[in-house]
Design a binder for this molecule. Sequence first.
Ligand SMILES: CC(C)(COP(=O)(O)OP(=O)(O)OC[C@H]1O[C@@H](n2cnc3c(N)ncnc32)[C@H](O)[C@@H]1OP(=O)(O)O)[C@@H](O)C(=O)NCCC(=O)NCCS
Length: 184
Amino acid sequence: MSADRADRPRRELATAAPPRVEPMRLEDLDAVTGIDRRSFPSPWARQSFINDLHNPAARYIVVRRPGEVVGFAGMWLIGEEAHISTLAVHLDHRGQGHGKRLLLRLIELARDAGAERVTLEVREENWVARRLYERFGFRPVAFLKSYYADTGENGIVMWLKPVLADRSGLPASDDRAPEDAERP
Ligand SMILES: CC(C)(COP(=O)(O)OP(=O)(O)OC[C@H]1O[C@@H](n2cnc3c(N)ncnc32)[C@H](O)[C@@H]1OP(=O)(O)O)[C@@H](O)C(=O)NCCC(=O)NCCS
């Protein structure tokens, strides 16, 4: 048997391994900034992520497949409010539930930190993201005319209140890593 064939079961197992949601680490930043650049018209500077990884009031997470980061998200905890600052999934891995995994974990982390509501801003025309947020119970509460300076798009402020982690529509597997609740 060739080395390639002998290796196949191990590779297939690795491919089948469930994605895991874990705290973001500094060594994830090449992948994270790569996804960010391809997801937003105004991607963040690497230093902004570094600052947030050192900010005790911030929570940043990634979805990890064997050998790669396929999505990330973050939020700030400000008093009784959790403010989602970013959320993106690699173009090649969209539509596979990773956005839901990330959002669910952020809501769980917000609830665990005692937040009473979760808030975010989304571009008015970003229907995929708006649908995702609505699935979790977020509701539009304010309209921000020409809020996004890069494209002039309007923004929508959405709130989830009270904070409830709704698992409806999520994959049945529990992909939670034991260290998930901890900061890196
Ligand atoms: C928004 C984003 C994070 C969703 O990630 P994803 O992994 O593709 O999302 P999921 O597969 O978990 O799908 C979550 C929900 O989003 C919606 N959705 C996903 N893909 C969609 C599509 N092509 N069309 C319409 N709705 C879609 C659906 O409501 C879906 O839930 P459902 O499949 O149970 O109906 C991803 O599209 C992305 O990175 N976009 C660019 C960055 C961005 O806009 N981030 C949000 C900033 S506010």
